[in-house]
Design a binder for this molecule. Structure first.
Ligand code: MG
Length: 272
């Protein structure tokens, strides 16, 4: 099932996404498969929502980030070509960092380029959405059972501050530095190889395959959950392929994986 999260009449709604004549439409979750009942109940507890909105095209909806994570766990340097382009060493263990939930940005939202940085980069990535509380996942466990689905993220990074700060917290954590969405889907298989692409103003800048991960998804889940309990809705960013580069004010950046739609955002100078 695919789903999204959106605002309608000042209320947060979750809706299932289905194809109608080649165009994605939002329908209410009561029409979703029965196996998603637990998911519906879980989110229904925390969010005001309605079962009875009229179906609408996704393009007509006021989309929100499709997840409300307690934390955003990111993996750095997980594609060999990207490690080389930034002149880093191939990691021998996954390199982890956090982005704060306050950095989340909705599809179509404005990435604000802070005055504190002279170089803000895009990083198109596949993200995992955790589906159930997970502590110390065992290597022989069924890792797919703890993943609710997949979505698109742009791991926006102040590249200069990443180097000069030492810690990455500020460089990765500015408000608006985590565009996510537009939807979550469990109808694809990263282990089979998904093409991750990023375009800036229509020009292809990143093209990589999840087959080229240095650390595969089950390894990442075992490694992360050995240290950190993962909660439903948490995001795990799986790293970016080569081709990262700076954003200028006015640039439109699009992250694409077939089956997950397009995550499009525009960069603007932070007026504050
Ligand atoms: Mg990244």
């Amino acid at each position: 099932m695919k789903y999204c999260r959106f605002l309608l009449n000042d209320q947060v709604h979750y809706g299932a996404v289905e194809d109608r004549n080649g165009e994605p439409w939002i329908v209410d979750l009561t029409r979703a498969p029965e196996e998603d009942l637990a998911f519906r109940l879980e989110h229904g507890r925390a969010t005001s929502w309605s079962f009875d909105f009229e179906p609408m095209p996704v393009s007509a909806a006021d989309l929100l980030p499709p997840v409300t994570p307690s934390k955003i766990v990111c993996v750095g340097r997980n594609y060999r070509d990207h490690v080389k382009e930034l002149d880093n060493d191939i990691p021998i263990e996954p390199l982890l960092f956090f982005k704060p939930p306050s950095s989340l940005l909705k599809p179509g939202g404005i990435v604000r380029l802070p005055a504190a940085s002279a170089r803000v980069d895009f990083e198109g990535e596949l993200a995992l959405v955790i589906g159930q509380r997970t502590t110390r996942l065992q290597p022989d466990a069924d890792w797919r059972a703890v993943v609710r689905g997949y979505t698109l993220v742009n791991d926006v990074t102040a590249r200069d501050l990443q180097k000069t700060d030492g810690q990455w917290t500020r460089a990765k954590g500015f408000d608006t530095f985590c565009p996510v969405g537009p939807l979550v889907s469990d109808e694809l298989d990263p282990e089979a190889g998904l093409i991750v692409e990023t375009r800036v103003n229509g020009e292809l800048r990143q093209h990589g395959s999840t087959r080229d991960f240095i650390f595969r998804i089950p390894e990442l889940l075992v490694y992360i959950s050995a240290a950190i309990t993962l909660e439903p809705g948490d995001l795990i960013l799986t790293g970016t392929p080569s081709g990262v580069g700076p954003l200028a004010a006015g640039d439109r950046v699009e992250v694409f994986i077939d089956g997950l739609g397009v995550l499009a955002n525009t960069a603007q100078t932070d007026a504050a």
